[in-house]
Design a protein around this ligand. Structure first.
Ligand SMILES: [Zn+2]
Length: 80
């Protein structure tokens, strides 16, 4: 840090990135770890879990949703 560096306290926020790719979702079996294909349609992962239950008898799942986030100073205007 140079002697002339100015530090200031600023409030930052975090939220969805307006330039993000669509959120993705997949379902994972909590009993064996097998995962459905990753996609952008939540309804597509449910049939995978139902088929997996029918094939294995496993009944416990974890739904994993991934959304790109972005941080920015709170005073920065969001125009999108
Ligand atoms: Zn399983």
């Amino acid at each position: 840090m140079k002697p002339n560096t100015v530090l200031r306290h600023a409030l930052w926020t975090i939220g969805p990135n307006p330039d993000r790719d669509p959120p993705t979702v997949h379902t994972a079996c909590k009993e064996c770890g097998e995962k459905s294909p990753v996609g952008t349609d939540r309804a597509a992962s449910d049939p995978w879990a139902l088929e997996h239950s029918g094939r294995t008898g496993h009944r416990r799942y974890h739904e994993c949703v991934s959304v790109d986030l972005i941080t920015r100073p709170a005073h920065e205007e969001t125009t999108r």
